[in-house]
Design a protein around this ligand. Structure first.
Ligand SMILES: NC(=O)c1ccc[n+]([C@@H]2O[C@H](COP(=O)([O-])OP(=O)(O)OC[C@H]3O[C@@H](n4cnc5c(N)ncnc54)[C@H](OP(=O)(O)O)[C@@H]3O)[C@@H](O)[C@H]2O)c1
Length: 283
């Protein structure tokens, strides 16, 4: 901060912003930490995003959370990228350090941190469902954390093939593709991590995935990205099978907490943040 009279400020940039719990969670966490910081939310369409980022620089924001649809577009406005952001080609957290805008991806970092609560990913096998932006971020983060092989299971062989190529060319992890179809996918007993990075749980939390539920074994860590409900079809089935479950709210809280830590240098209270997220989302 350049003047003692200025209050530190951070913000969210997204479009649309409706239904995004970030603002409420961050404000609750600032208050709980006794930080006299401000948080703002800006709905910025893709065509005005460059103007918004120039404004961030000029107005001296300390941190920015970047959400849909800007996580890839933001790359060209930054001075520095973390390794995770480079690998996943996606930034969800910008921190201003000595007038330089530094981009990182806390979604991948959050997944790896939460997986490590259950199992060391080094040398393990993983299955990632989906081949969209978040699937790429999470698969790359698992690869960077030492997972030896990743199966990308998705509907579109084109998107799946591109993700497999990206994993194999950008990391030392081997990758293969499974096209999700009518035959349910069985999860092998030597797979340790299963991540649902499709948007299915967000659009319909009760919609089943084409998975053989009986193959979800008790040593499997199952992570879900959908955060509009505590239980999706996958997390419910995984609990019933005795798996170690990371739900989408937990992932959202952790990635937001890691962003706040990058901005403030302090560790926010995840329990307070989860309560705020649940209150905001009405779950
Ligand atoms: N918890 C968190 O921290 C967090 C953070 C960010 C985003 N999210 C959520 O994560 C989800 C994915 O985000 P994204 O940015 O990766 O979106 P995206 O780029 O649009 O990718 C969505 C993926 O889901 C697949 N999909 C959609 N419906 C499907 C179905 N019925 N069966 C199988 N696959 C299906 C898509 O496959 P096709 O290409 O075949 O359509 C695509 O691979 C969104 O719901 C988003 O809200 C969660």
């Amino acid at each position: 901060m350049s003047s003692a009279t200025l209050i530190e400020k951070c913000c969210l940039i997204a479009c649309p912003v409706a239904g995004n719990p970030t603002h409420y969670m961050v404000e609750q966490a600032f208050a709980q930490q006794g930080l006299d910081w401000r948080f703002m939310t800006f709905e910025v369409p893709a065509g005005r995003f460059g103007d918004a980022m120039r404004g961030i620089r000029a107005l001296g924001f300390r941190g920015v959370k970047i959400a849909e649809p800007h996580q890839e577009a933001v790359l060209e406005f930054l001075d520095e990228l973390s390794d995770g952001a480079k690998l996943g080609r996606s930034v969800n957290c910008v921190t201003c350090r000595e007038d330089r805008l530094v981009g990182q991806n806390t979604e991948g970092a959050a997944l790896v941190k939460l997986v490590r609560d259950w199992v060391d990913p080094t040398g393990k096998q993983a299955v990632v469902l989906g081949a969209g932006r978040l699937a790429r971020v999470l698969a790359m983060a698992l690869a960077a954390a030492g997972v030896t092989s990743i199966t990308v299971a998705c509907r579109s062989s084109g998107a799946g093939g591109r993700l497999v190529d990206a994993i194999q060319s950008g990391t030392s992890t081997s990758a293969s593709q499974h096209v999700l179809g009518n035959t349910p996918l069985s999860i092998n007993s030597d797979v340790s991590i299963l991540v649902n990075a499709t948007s299915l749980g967000m659009t319909d939390p009760n919609a089943p995935l084409p998975l053989n539920v009986a193959s979800l074994h008790s040593k499997l860590v199952v992570a879900e990205v959908a955060y509009h409900s505590q239980r999706t079809w996958l997390t419910r089935e995984a609990f019933n099978q005795g798996c170690r479950v990371i739900d989408g709210v937990q992932l959202y809280v952790e990635q937001t907490a890691l962003a706040m830590r990058a901005w403030t240098g302090t560790e926010p209270d995840r329990v307070a943040m989860r309560e705020a997220a649940e209150e905001y989302l009405g779950i």
